[in-house]
Design a binder for this molecule. Sequence first.
Ligand SMILES: Cc1cc2nc3c(=O)[nH]c(=O)nc-3n(C[C@H](O)[C@H](O)[C@H](O)COP(=O)(O)OP(=O)(O)OC[C@H]3O[C@@H](n4cnc5c(N)ncnc54)[C@H](O)[C@@H]3O)c2cc1C
Length: 386
Amino acid sequence: MREIIIAGGGIGGLSAALALARKGRRVRVLEKAAEFGEIGYGIQMGPNVAKMLDRLGILEAIEAHAFFPDALIFADALDNRELTRIAVGKFFRQRYGYRYFVIHRRDLHGEILKACRTHGEIALETSRGLASFEQRGGAVLVRCDDGAEYEGAALIGADGLWSPTRKAVIGDGAPRVAGHFVYRGVVPMEQITDRSRADAMTIWGGPDLHLVQYRLRGGTVMNNVATVVSRRFRRRETDAGTPDELEEIFARTDPHVRDILRYVSRERNWVLHDRDPVTNWTKGCVTLLGDAAHPTLQYLAQGAQMAIEDAVVLAEKVAAAGENLEAAFLSYQSERMNRSARVVLSSRFFGEVLHADSGARELRNEMLRRRSPEDFAEFDWLYKGI
Ligand SMILES: Cc1cc2nc3c(=O)[nH]c(=O)nc-3n(C[C@H](O)[C@H](O)[C@H](O)COP(=O)(O)OP(=O)(O)OC[C@H]3O[C@@H](n4cnc5c(N)ncnc54)[C@H](O)[C@@H]3O)c2cc1C
């Protein structure tokens, strides 16, 4: 059987390589960057993805790097009061079968990469950016930026938010700029002065802002993420999302919340994007996966988790369809379409809830105060997984 080519060696692309290889397919990953890698910040992983990592045989290795928060706390950023919590202990585990964990992105990506490296069916190449491809009689010819060419049975575009594969398959232009700006920082625990919620994953929501804090690497460091919905962006001004706007938007928050801003670096920020869900991310023997297919805002913390779920489903469809990869890709797309669309649209909604002000904030707080920490039903669609 001819190999399957994957463009992109992020969390999604490498998970797809591993999932396909475990089903007996030969795979080649073409990564544009000079090295495989991830940025140095945290990422949240729910029980839906733990189940997938278990199926890929790497859960134990990944969990060895993880931190397991005792609760997911939602607090109001204006007064630092806890509004609700999700108790992710015993009952959560019993209901969903797996634990909720947080992990350094490099540890997660590194373990998936390590599993790929030890698999004889996976060829890994760096400095190979996909430039174009052509489908020819049941094969796909991929051309790279440096002129290298590869022929495979199929191509999976796991090449992220700005996916050139998507450009060729769907051609729907640039992703939507949300106008939300993210600042991050990971600092040693010794620097953290208030540790009152240090064993939890805490999220503070406020008008046009939110802040997330959780520990990583055996609890030795704290991951801090501050997000603002830029008012300057809404007014179409050019200096949107700059550090002074971050301070300006956080000025109304509780002193404890403002204090946490010390831990986020002003060196760089990330501008958030997503896309409206589509139904046509497959064309013949070429399909998309992860952010290339359904980029989402991070408000449900599910973008990478959806990419890993995609990888597992894709490999199962390929194994079931044998050489009919077109049928496998269509079946994969149809199985993943609604679930990933629900994540994209719910993330937008959850962002509105997080960033509420005035009457909407009052309503949110009242509703959140009424729920009990073990009211899990609303999360079943997500955390029970696939
Ligand atoms: C602030 C923030 C917080 C987040 N928090 C969470 C969270 O808690 N939980 C969660 O699940 N998700 C979270 N996400 C989302 C998550 O980071 C992404 O959804 C996930 O990383 C997407 O993985 P991917 O492999 O699809 O794409 P990427 O990680 O973007 O990987 C794409 C890869 O393709 C390569 N590439 C690009 N172009 C080419 C080319 N032409 N040829 C070959 N290779 C190419 C890139 O170099 C890269 O290695 C968050 C996102 C943000 C912005």
